[in-house]
Design a protein around this ligand. Structure first.
Ligand SMILES: Cc1cc2nc3c(=O)[nH]c(=O)nc-3n(C[C@H](O)[C@H](O)[C@H](O)COP(=O)(O)O)c2cc1C
Length: 130
């Protein structure tokens, strides 16, 4: 069964290279585990959407929760899904615009249309926070 997790976490002093390193690790590991998703970082907090077989996503969530590069992992949503919203992304880096005014517009354009409207709203709400 396919499952989707959405969580937020905190990493107030994350060096830039660590973000690159997390994305490189994801690109290396996720395809063989059938994990897809997207990652947003606003300079202080992460939001990540993970999708895949329930057991794979749950296992990855456990590893991610133990990762010392962030803390306060808090699951916003967990649901079974019929199809992936991000089938082509081992882990898509979603950029957040500098200007808060343009963030909503940018995300409406960049977020996959297949996302449940409720999940999309949670992601956009996170992204427009300072
Ligand atoms: C915010 C965040 C997101 C992460 N996302 C992934 C991911 O999608 N896939 C992954 O394999 N590791 C991810 N990691 C890294 C894992 O916590 C862990 O370091 C990694 O899976 C270990 O892989 P390795 O044994 O190949 O080095 C993430 C870490 C953080 C802090």
């Amino acid at each position: 069964m396919l499952s989707q997790f959405l969580y937020i976490s905190t990493a107030p002093t994350l060096p830039r290279e660590e973000l690159e390193s997390i994305l490189a690790t994801s690109a290396r590991n996720n395809p063989e585990r059938g994990i897809t998703g997207l990652l947003l970082f606003n300079g202080r907090n992460f939001l990540q959407l993970l999708e895949g077989e329930e057991s794979e996503v749950a296992g990855l969530m456990e590893r991610i929760t133990q990762d010392p590069r962030h803390s306060g992992v808090s699951v916003l949503d967990k649901r079974p899904i019929a199809e992936r919203a991000c089938p082509d992304w081992a882990m898509k880096r979603v950029m957040i615009a500098e200007s808060i005014a343009s963030r909503r517009e940018m995300l409406e354009r960049d977020l996959p249309l297949e996302l449940d409207p409720e999940v999309r709203k949670m992601i956009v709400n996170f992204a427009v926070l300072n």
